[in-house]
Structure formats: structure tokens, C-alpha cells
Design a protein around this ligand. Structure first.
Ligand SMILES: [Zn+2]
Length: 66
């Protein structure tokens, strides 16, 4: 995932959604505990898809949090 997602969206979205996205971005950057290996290494791959960097398992989750 390259770049700043708020920047990528450009000016199509207003201030309110930008504020929402800023919150979401914090969640996206956070690591989550893997349900499989218990390491805090799960990162968001795409909307609703998460992958553990330790055991490489993929999980389906909510759009912005596991
Ligand atoms: Zn794992």
C-alpha cells in the first residue's frame, strides 16, 4: 500500500469524510493480534482482507479493522 489514502482520494470528498478517513487510517496502520499464531503481526491487505506477517495466514475481517 503506497501513499496517503486521503491524498489519493483527492478533492472529491469533503471535510467530514476526510476526518473519518483520518480515524480509519490510524486503525489501518495498527497491527492486530493474529488469531492463529497470537503474534501482533496482522496487517490490512485490502478492504476486508488481513494477513499475518508471521504465519502468512489471511483473514477476512471488517473493512477497516480485524
Ligand atoms: Zn499469524
Amino acid at each position: 500500500m503506497a501513499g496517503d489514502p486521503t491524498k489519493r482520494l483527492g478533492t472529491r470528498y469533503g471535510r467530514t469524510i476526510r476526518r473519518k478517513l483520518a480515524k480509519i487510517e490510524i486503525k489501518q496502520k495498527a497491527s492486530y493480534v493474529c488469531p492463529s499464531c497470537r503474534k501482533k503481526a496482522v496487517k490490512r491487505l485490502a478492504v476486508g482482507i488481513w494477513q499475518c506477517k508471521k504465519c502468512n495466514k489471511k483473514f477476512a475481517g471488517k473493512a477497516y479493522e480485524l
